[in-house]
Design a protein around this ligand. Sequence first.
Ligand SMILES: Nc1ccn([C@@H]2O[C@H](COP(=O)(O)O)[C@@H](O)[C@H]2O)c(=O)n1
Ligand code: CDI
Length: 170
Amino acid sequence: MPASLLPFRIGHGVDVHRFGEGDHLMLGGVRVPHTSGFIAHSDGDVVLHAISDALLGACALGDIGHHFPDTDVRWKGADSRQLLAHVATLVDQQGYMIGNIDATVIAQAPKLAPHIAAMRQSIADTLALDIAQVSVKATTSERLGFTGREEGIATEAAVILLAKDTAVRD
Ligand SMILES: Nc1ccn([C@@H]2O[C@H](COP(=O)(O)O)[C@@H](O)[C@H]2O)c(=O)n1
Ligand SMILES: C[C@@]1(CO)OP(=O)(O)OP(=O)(O)OC[C@H]1O
């Protein structure tokens, strides 16, 4: 079957950012107070970067480093919601709509539970989805590894895309 006819496409993305100076983190488009910031070319939003990579991966369109090189001053300090929104237009141009997203943030700190609902809503708003299509979860790594040592945060994301011309509409 030609790729253009695939009824579903699955994508997976991973991103990591190291902590540096600062007093907040951008996670899922939400400002989360913290004792560190992220070292990054953009705002360092690992959640939105992992989701962007999952969407690009589902379409076999490369990764965000390819679309938004960290050598390009246009992305210096960029709001990652802007990058994610652009990725969504690429998905649309490929003939697909987003079915659902599931992201897991791996962070020893800060405590993310109070921010999860706002992250889901922010992602849904950026992608014009219903919040029920967007899952964000958090886990520690039980103090193991670089996340456990609080050197940074990682996120993994999975997405499924549905071909627009075969999607069931009500
Ligand atoms: N940064 C984090 C990490 C985890 N949580 C929540 O704590 C619960 C227990 O986490 P485990 O590492 O033991 O799986 C879990 O419900 C997480 O949602 C958090 O809020 N912030
Ligand atoms: C988002 C981009 C672009 O500003 O930079 P960073 O914020 O450093 O993020 P990363 O996930 O390392 O790679 C993608 C980049 O090119």
